[in-house]
Design a binder for this molecule. Structure first.
Ligand code: BES
Ligand code: MN
Ligand code: ZN
Length: 478
């Protein structure tokens, strides 16, 4: 369950209250006693700081935040402060908090986002609940913030938390079939359409990549197509999101060794992101025609598993020599990308936990982005800054094509030791014939420790990015 943010019309006395300010004079006169005000001013040092006054039964807190440029950095500071306020208030067993925004702009929205996302814990499998009372209700008192903004924030938080849950659930719970059941629930709750292809339909479509990766599995593959096409859509051709849905990546016969297999239940992070983003878009009834496609399977070394040197015939007829069964993501994505062509898309964005090389190149701090020449990366990169899931563009130079040429087939599924994130993107480029952006989220999608409000395990990368991108599009067209 995610926290809901409610708007309140007045501050109730003798209840927890947090006052957010950019200047010391913004503290409302009724908030602090003379002694407390004196203490505040004596401590004030122009650094972002939280002062907590314990009124024994409730707390009154003042969070001072310095204005900062550029604005997206300021907003991220606010999210992180939101999370640190949470930790500071933990010892006071705060379950309900009134947030009073005295700042310029919409500062509290970002603080609340950090609080709501930071309060998430994946603890449903703990049979002994040892947790202290935690935040359950956030009430916002801010005259200048329209209700619509609060609704959008609630939707964004709910979708991100659903994305996290999907990632954190183990593969026993989320497999290629049960993943589609989650998508079905989303479609019912948000009102988008969904079509799910089973194995025989996938066979009839000759999706050799998805079927090939699935051969070592007991559970059949699925291919989900989700559509949000409102009558007031601003676009005729859809924007399509494609998400890698490997529900567990053992590596296949090229079995992952050592510790490399742990966390691979999160190899469907792209799938979870695209579906929950569509959930948010539909729930917010944004006037944009958007689709999400998810090829899903696990990657296992079962009896019939594909082997190195196998040759797969892909959905679009391209032949691929498999040289490493652990480079499976590109095989299932390639089929989805060529299938997307049927819809004559305006733009396709794929999200995938695709390569360890992307994670090694930029760490958890950003997303590796690549695009073909007909796609504009700027609007998405702007969203990346706004939600602080920043994009770093990698090149699509022709020279890299040499690295994935096969002796016996059209392509091979791995390049050399170098430029691994790029050769994976170059592989996918062979399956697209429309404006296309590829996002390799392997770095930020799986965290071994909390990073402020990005909670450990799956922090839910991509949901906010795609939702923000479509929201901006909708707003520009008004
Ligand atoms: N799912 C992995 C990529 C990955 C690694 C994501 C670590 C997140 C964290 C992908 O399927 C994979 O195994 N990639 C291989 C490709 C190689 C065999 C060319 C890799 O990156 O090692
Ligand atoms: Mn793999
Ligand atoms: Zn994988």
């Amino acid at each position: 369950m995610s926290i809901r943010i409610n708007k309140i019309e007045r501050i109730e006395a003798q209840k927890n209250r947090l006052i957010l300010i950019n200047h010391s004079h913004q503290i409302p006169s009724d908030a602090l006693s003379a002694e407390e005000a004196h203490y505040f001013h004596s401590r004030f040092n122009d650094e972002n700081q939280l002062l907590v006054f314990n009124r024994y039964g409730y707390v009154v807190c003042v969070q001072y935040v310095k204005l900062e440029n550029p604005v997206h950095i300021y907003h991220e500071t606010l999210r992180r402060l939101g999370n640190s306020v949470l930790s500071s208030l933990q010892s006071y067993a705060v379950e309900q908090l009134q947030v009073e925004d005295r700042c310029e702009g919409n500062a509290s929205l970002f603080l609340l986002e950090g609080m709501a996302l930071g309060s998430y814990k994946f603890n449903k499998y703990k049979t002994k609940k040892t947790e202290k009372p935690s935040l359950k209700e956030l009430d916002l008192f801010a005259h200048t913030i329209p209700n619509e903004h609060i609704q959008l924030l609630n939707i964004q938080v709910e979708a991100t938390i659903w994305c996290r849950d999907l990632l954190n659930e183990p593969q026993l719970k989320i497999n290629a079939i049960t993943l589609t059941e989650e998508f079905q629930r989303m479609s019912e709750l948000a009102g988008f359409d969904i079509e799910i292809f089973n194995k025989s339909k996938i066979e009839s479509l000759k999706m050799g990549g998805l079927l090939g990766v699935n051969k070592g599995s007991v559970i059949p593959p699925t291919f989900s197509i989700m559509t949000w096409k409102p009558t007031n859509a601003i676009n005729d051709k859809p924007i399509i999101f494609v998400g890698k849905g490997v529900v567990f990546d053992t590596g296949g016969l090229n079995l992952k060794t050592g510790d490399f297999m742990t966390q691979m239940h999160m190899d469907m992070g792209g799938a979870a992101a695209v579906a929950t983003a569509l959930f948010a878009i539909a729930k917010a009834k944004l006037p944009v025609y958007v689709m999400a496609m998810v090829p899903a399977t696990d990657n296992r070394p079962g009896n019939e598993a594909i082997t190195p040197n196998d040759i797969l015939v892909m959905h679009n007829g391209t032949t691929v020599e498999v040289l490493n069964t652990d480079a499976e993501g590109r095989l299932i994505l390639a089929d989805a990308l060529s299938y997307a062509q049927n819809y004559n898309p305006q733009l396709v964005i794929d999200l995938a936990t695709l390569t360890g090389a992307a994670a090694r190149a930029i760490g958890k701090y950003g997303i590796v982005a690549m695009r073909n020449s007909t796609a504009d990366l700027l609007p998405l990169a702007l969203s990346g800054d706004q939600v602080y899931e920043r994009l770093v563009e990698f090149p699509m130079w022709n020279e890299y094509d040499e690295l994935i040429k096969s002796e016996v087939a059209d392509l091979k599924n791995i390049g050399g030791a170098e430029a691994g994130a790029i050769t994976a993107g170059k592989f996918l480029e062979h399956f697209v014939d429309y404006p296309w952006i590829h996002l390799d989220i392997a770095g930020p999608a799986m965290l071994s420790a909390d990073d402020s409000y990005r909670t450990k395990g799956g922090p839910g990368v991509g949901t906010r990015l795609l939702f923000n991108f479509i929201l901006n599009l909708a707003n520009q067209n008004q």
